[in-house]
Structure formats: structure tokens, C-alpha cells
Design a protein around this ligand. Structure first.
Ligand code: NAP
Ligand code: MG
Length: 340
């Protein structure tokens, strides 16, 4: 295993990014998080949005400069695309590409559209990535707390010779130099990111929680107890793992819980699960997942909407929102849908 090179602020030229004009396309989760941090770090930013749309209103409420996507691109040196992956290719073709110039930097926070070829940048444009490893609202809250979230950077095309310095400087301006920046490639970021969210972070967790919840409820236990045991406590366990690894989690839980982990966890997640994980990974690697995802959204996303509705109707959501209301009152929230 190669040792890991981590870039922190002391190794990064923090100034170069301040001399560039940055068009942040979109003011959603990442547009808000990255964009507000850039502005607070002294960068020259214009938000390319649908004028009069929700994002335009939200950004203006923060006193930020907005423009149409076309005008923001024309004005800029760097175009950071922070709109949903499934619409990037269309917006790029119609509203960005016609205004791109040689020597500009086209930036992404996920390699999806470049890696699978849905976006094919024009010749002479630098193609780079700065991908914070956190939701946009956390990118913002950590920055405000004087900290930062780690970011990945990658350079796909470097015509100007300084693309990596630009990516590092941008990463620093969004706060990631305080935490650590790691270099990767578009391919590696895209494939591992998709796999991580499918197998563990979103897909794996979601179905592990819901299946365990259903098991307890179907066996006659109270849904409230079930929620506490298989969902509420998960965060506490993950906090321990985050701080000191699985070993520290084992140190903190009872011997009973640790014994149950070794002897029962492996009955739930086993070599068959690994085979299914390998299958999911190969669908990511051969591009069939990406194709399916793009087809779903270009054909009206009926299936996606149906699945979302079914998930929202699950008993755990009703029970969970009741319990969270009782126990987490007064706690300030990262997400306020009217503002960010
Ligand atoms: P998002 O919140 O879903 O993006 C919403 C923004 O996109 C809004 O400003 C919205 O404008 C705009 N938008 C939607 N459709 C549009 C259209 N047809 N034309 C113009 N603007 C449109 O996106 P995101 O989750 O931040 O993701 C952005 C990128 O960051 C993606 O590549 C994603 O993979 C990557 N990323 C995301 C996260 C994350 O935590 N979310 C983490 C790491 C990387 P309106 O208000 O006008 O609708
Ligand atoms: Mg991810």
C-alpha cells in the first residue's frame, strides 16, 4: 500500500484562487456550502442560477451575486458545476459549452459525467475536481465552526499547467485545507463514491435499519422500542467508530454486545453479501448502473418517484419523526429548506 499524501493549508498556495473569477453553477446543497465558504474566504464568486427561481431568491437573501448560467460562464475563469448529476450533461450542452473558452477550468464535485462520457469538454479546457466528502450543509457548518471537511481533488485534463494548484487552492478556500485534501482520479472517485453510497452509506444502512426494524415489529415488539434499538443508537455507535475505529467501539460496548458482533454480524453480512457487493461494483465499473440512472431520469423518473414515495410511507418514518420531536427539541438544524 502506498502511503497517503495529505495536503493541508500549510502546503497549499491559498492566494491563486482569489485572483480567479469563479462561477458556481447552482445554489443547492453543495452550491450553498462551497459557494458561501468561497465568498467568506475572499473569493470572487457569481452564482449561475435560473433567474427568478428558488436558488436565485435564496442566494440573493444572503446578499450573494447571481446571474444567468450563460452570463456566469462568460464572466468566469472557473466553472464549478453544482447541479444534480442527472441534468448536468443537458445544461452543459445548452448553457455552458457554447460560452466556454480555452484556458478556462471546468470543475466538478463528482466525476460521474466526465468518467462515463456524458459530458465531453471542448479542447483546451482544464478539467478538474474538488469533491468535499460531506453533504453541502456540513461543508458550511464545519467551516463556520473554524474546521473543514476533507476533500478529494483530481485532474482529468491540464492544458494550463496549474490545474492541480487551482484545485488545491479552491479546496482550501472551502475549508478543506484545515482537514486534509487527497488526490485521486475521476475514475477512482466516481466508482468508489457510487459503491460507498450504494453498499454502505445510503443503500446498505437504509435497508439494514428498515429490515431490522420490520423484524422486531413483526415479532410483536413496540415500534418505538424498535426505532430506538436499530436506528437511534446507530449514530452513537458510528461516532465511536469515527473517533477510534471499530476497536474503540468494541472497547466501549459491553462484552455481550462485542460477542454478539463477532458471532452474529457475520451471519447477517457474509460471503454471499460480498458476492452481491461485487456484482454491484461491476455494474458501476462497466457503466450499466450509470446508464440505468440516466435513462430513469431522462424518461420522467417514474420508478424513482414511486420508490421515494414507498420509502416515505414506511412505518419507521412516522415513528422516527414522533420520537425525534420528543427528544431533540430545540436543537438547531443544519437544513432549513427555505434558506439553504
Ligand atoms: P442539488 O442540491 O440537488 O442541486 C440543486 C441546484 O441545482 C439548485 O440550485 C437548482 O436550482 C439547480 N438546478 C436543478 N435543475 C436545474 C436545471 N435544469 N437548470 C439549472 N439549475 C438547475 O445538487 P447537489 O446535491 O449539491 O449536487 C451537486 C454536485 O455535487 C453533484 O455532482 C453531486 O454528485 C456532488 N456532490 C454532492 C454532495 C451532496 O452532499 N449533496 C456531496 C458530494 C458531491 P433551482 O433552485 O432553480 O431549482
Ligand atoms: Mg459520496
Amino acid at each position: 500500500m502506498e502511503s497517503l499524501k495529505i495536503y493541508t493549508d500549510n502546503l497549499i498556495d491559498k492566494e491563486i484562487i482569489k485572483s480567479k473569477r469563479i462561477a458556481v453553477i447552482g445554489f443547492g446543497s453543495q452550491g450553498y456550502g462551497q459557494g458561501m465558504n468561497l465568498v467568506d474566504s475572499g473569493c470572487n464568486v457569481v452564482f449561475g442560477v435560473r433567474l427568478g427561481g428558488k436558488s436565485d431568491v435564496k442566494a440573493k437573501d444572503y446578499g450573494l451575486k447571481t446571474a444567468s448560467i450563460e452570463d456566469a460562464v462568460k464572466w468566469s475563469d472557473i466553472v464549478q458545476i453544482l447541479i444534480p448529476d442527472e441534468i448536468q450533461a443537458k445544461v452543459y450542452k445548452e448553457q455552458i459549452e457554447p460560452y466556454m473558452k480555452k484556458g478556462q477550468y471546468l470543475m466538478f464535485s463528482h466525476g460521474f459525467n466526465i468518467h462515463y462520457g456524458f459530458i465531453k469538454p471542448i479542447d483546451g479546457v482544464n478539467v478538474i475536481m474538488v469533491a468535499p466528502k460531506a453533504p453541502g450543509h456540513t461543508v458550511r457548518s464545519e467551516y463556520l465552526a473554524g474546521k473543514g471537511v476533507p476533500s478529494l481533488i483530481a485532474v482529468e485534463k491540464d492544458f494550463s499547467g496549474d490545474s492541480k494548484q487551482i484545485a488545491l487552492s479552491y479546496a482550501s478556500a472551502i475549508g478543506s485545507g484545515r482537514a486534509g485534501v487527497i488526490e485521486t482520479t475521476f475514475r477512482e472517485e466516481t466508482e468508489t463514491d457510487l459503491f460507498g453510497e450504494q453498499a454502505v452509506l445510503c443503500g446498505g444502512c437504509d435497508y439494514l435499519i428498515k429490515t431490522a426494524f420490520e423484524t422486531l415489529v413483526e415479532a410483536g415488539y413496540s415500534p418505538y422500542m424498535a426505532y430506538f434499538e436499530v436506528c437511534h443508537e446507530l449514530k452513537l455507535i458510528v461516532d465511536l467508530i469515527d473517533e477510534g475505529g471499530i476497536e474503540d467501539m468494541h472497547y466501549s460496548v459491553s462484552n455481550n454486545a462485542e460477542y454478539g458482533d463477532y458471532t452474529r454480524g457475520c451471519q447477517i453480512i457474509n460471503s454471499e453479501t460480498k458476492l452481491r457487493m461485487k456484482n454491484i461494483l461491476s455494474q458501476i465499473q462497466d457503466g450499466s448502473y450509470a446508464k440505468e440512472f440516466m435513462n430513469e431520469f431522462s424518461s420522467g423518473s417514474e420508478n424513482f418517484k414511486k420508490l421515494r414515495k414507498e420509502s416515505e410511507k414506511h412505518l419507521i418514518e412516522k415513528v422516527g419523526s414522533e420520537i425525534r420531536r420528543l427528544f431533540k427539541w430545540g436543537k438547531s438544524k443544519l437544513i432549513d429548506k427555505t434558506k439553504n
